[in-house]
Design a binder for this molecule. Sequence first.
Ligand SMILES: [Zn+2]
Length: 156
Amino acid sequence: MKKRHPNHRLVKIHRSYMVEEIAKLFGIHKNTVRGWVKAGLATSDDKRPMLILGHALVAFIQARRVKNKQTCQPGELYCVGCRAPKFPAGDMAEYSPVTEKFGNLTAICPDCNSIMNRRVSLAKLEQVCGEMEITVPQALRHIVESNKPTVNSDLK
Ligand SMILES: [Zn+2]
């Protein structure tokens, strides 16, 4: 099934919606709408059933669409301060493992100097890094090396 963006034009900005109504309006699951609420979609108050104002819903969908477009390209990390993907200062990032299989890339935003983070799996580190020079803890270096495509082997 083709994944569709919820069409915000279906929303009437001057009315309030229940979670179920929004789900029906967009043909999506209620849990998806609840996920939006958790992700910051404003609700009218703490009363049950929860009501979501139309204009808040439109704003949320539009903001979300912009955000989805701004996925990081290779060599980029997302800066929360600038709300945009950025190439890190000096094209340098540091990998710190969370588990054996994935960890966090940390770098400095060149524009606002805040710390940028990107969650990556170790196996995809090579695809993600782009032009970045990634510092890896000594203990992991052999794993990263073994994931590198052997570029030179074909030339021999
Ligand atoms: Zn920034």
